[in-house]
Design a binder for this molecule. Structure first.
Ligand code: P6P
Length: 325
């Protein structure tokens, strides 16, 4: 009888790989908290229809969007697991208007910015959704305040996302390293399935909402037109699902500024910055259309941004055309 192959678990990976790289200092506890939270969120997502948890709560969040019940539940789950890690000083969350200060002067404390459940509009129709996390380290001796959360993306020490799709995959990025772990639903543990992720040089796909074409400025419309002429469109309407496909198979995601949304639609701190960090560590790029995403100096916790993300050469070519090149 074939012997089941032992796959390195997330905990084993962190213990072995990170010790070698001098990482850690509590970061492992933060990542394990994200993993445990995503295991619990995945269960809720899978059972939502049966537990009558689908649909809106009738409340609206800071974004003015109808809060899906699972959004609210996911936010509570991750705040709980991250708090329990003992190494999180503060959390910024799409679903919570103000920063959550947990342990302002925690030794080896981290600042986590998260979108606990992105793609909510897809929840009721069983389409892939995701969770996104940007992780910054507070300075030694720093007493964290609300302002502490407004660090540019180029100061992140790690980032992660989870895609709840045909399987649940956690992708973890640290400096020069991107690794994917798949949840075994029987054991509740994540195991290495996508080591050393690099965005392929080949770019078969582009992901954009073509319905916005009519409200793009001329240069941006030309840039999207060039993508349409060269690549196949794949657009789920769920950022994490679209990005995950492009990260593994090659591609570009574009949600540029348009005449109705000059600031862009997606959120800088807990969507563009974390996924931009993952993309760059995998050899890709992330731009606002006018500059590197991770160089943007944030002014507000929930500020939005245009986002051009994925294969480096294609991002750079697209940005050039948006700017009249
Ligand atoms: P549109 C989902 O609500 C989300 O925030 C992202 O996950 C997704 O990429 C985007 O909005 C889709 O926006 O305007 O195409 O529906």
């Amino acid at each position: 009888m074939a012997v089941a192959q032992h796959r390195t678990t997330l905990q084993e990976y962190i213990t072995s790989e990170w010790r070698a790289n001098g990482l850690n200092r509590g970061l492992d506890a933060v990542i394990m908290a994200i993993a445990e939270g995503s295991r619990r969120v995945q269960l809720q997502v899978q059972q939502a229809a049966l537990a009558d948890a689908l649909g809106a709560t009738g409340e609206t969040n800071v974004q003015g969007e109808i809060v899906q019940r699972l959004d609210a539940a996911s936010s509570e789950i991750f705040v709980e697991t991250l708090t329990g890690s003992g190494h999180v000083a503060a959390i910024g969350c799409e679903e919570i208007e103000d920063p959550v200060i947990i342990d302002a002067d925690a030794a080896d404390g981290y600042i986590v910015l998260m979108d606990p459940l992105d793609g909510s509009s897809n929840i009721d129709v069983a389409v892939s959704i995701g969770s996104i996390f940007g992780i910054w380290r507070k300075d030694p001796g720093e007493v964290v305040t609300d302002e502490s959360l407004l660090r540019p993306g180029n100061q992140q020490v790690a980032a992660a996302y989870v895609v709840y799709g045909s399987s649940t995959v956690l992708v973890l990025a640290t400096e020069d390293s991107v690794c994917g772990f798949t949840l075994d639903p029987e054991t509740g543990t994540f195991a290495v399935t996508h080591p050393n992720i690099r965005i392929p040089d080949d770019c078969p796909y582009y992901s954009t909402n073509e319905g916005n074409n009519k409200v793009l400025d001329e240069a941006t419309r030309k840039a999207i037109g060039l993508l349409r002429d060269q690549y196949s469109q794949r657009y789920v309407g769920s950022l994490v699902a679209d990005f995950h496909r492009n990260l593994l198979k090659g591609g570009i995601f574009a949600y540029p500024a348009d005449l109705n949304r000059k600031e862009g639609r997606l959120r800088l701190m807990y969507e563009a910055n974390p996924l931009g960090y993952v993309a760059e560590q995998a050899g890709g790029a992330a731009s606002t259309g006018y500059g590197r995403i991770m160089d943007v100096v944030p002014e507000k916790l929930h500020q939005r941004t245009p986002l051009i993300l994925g294969n480096k050469d294609v991002v750079e070519a697209t940005v050039s055309v948006i700017n009249g090149g």
